[in-house]
Structure formats: C-alpha cells, structure tokens
Design a protein around this ligand. Sequence first.
Ligand SMILES: [Zn+2]
Length: 143
Amino acid sequence: MTAAIGVKGHCAHCDITFELKPWQLNAIAIQEPFDCPYCERVLQLGCPRQLRQFQALSQWAVVRPGMVALTCVVLAVAMVAEWVGLISVIAQLNLSVLVLLTHFLVLRYVRYRQRMTLDLQVVSPALPIEQLARIACARLSQP
Ligand SMILES: [Zn+2]
C-alpha cells in the first residue's frame, strides 16, 4: 500500500508515535487489531472520523500517476504546437514551466494530505484459540 506512506500511529498506552508499516496499515484498513511494536498491547483505530480519513487516502493515491500522465501530455502537445507553428517558442516555454509548477504544487498538496497520525486505542484482546482449546481439553478430560 504505497498510498499511505507517511502515516503514523500513536499508541495510547505507551504514548509513542511510530511510522506504520504496510502490514499495520492493511490491518487498520480491514479494522483488524494488531500489536504495538513497543508495549505489545493490542491496538485498533477506534475513531470513525480518522478511519474515514484513512480510507480516503487511497483516492489520493491515483492523483500522482494521473498528474504525471497529464503533465507529459501537456508538455508533448505544447512541443508539437510549437513545432507546427501554432504557438511561439516563448509561449511553449511559459506553458511548460506553468505545467511543471502546477505538477509539483499538486504533488506537494497530496503529500501534505497523506501525512497523518492515527490515534490507536488499546483494545482488550479476545481469548486466544490455544487458551480456549486448553479449557475445552480440561473440561473434556474431567470424569
Ligand atoms: Zn504501545
């Protein structure tokens, strides 16, 4: 999930903010709890507002390749237009600079929108399967 580079998580228990790894981002996306890498408590994103914000990140991911394609097309069209004599060299240069400037401004904005810190709450872990199995075995072995 290259979409969410720069997303950080804040552990409510140990108060440490850390960069989220792709598998942790996946866990958050499917609302699956995961362990804090520092205090090993089970964490989950509890805030619905932040969850919506996080899910919207994937929309921003398509902006980058879209902008690259758009910039390339505009640059090519400007070059051809200058070549066939529709616009002057100065106009072509101006257009190219303008397009490149817009390109970098948009990418900067996307990067700014993608930078976020998720407040991760500690959740009490469900009883692990092994423990349940042990209880069941103990019950069954009783006379
Ligand atoms: Zn922690």
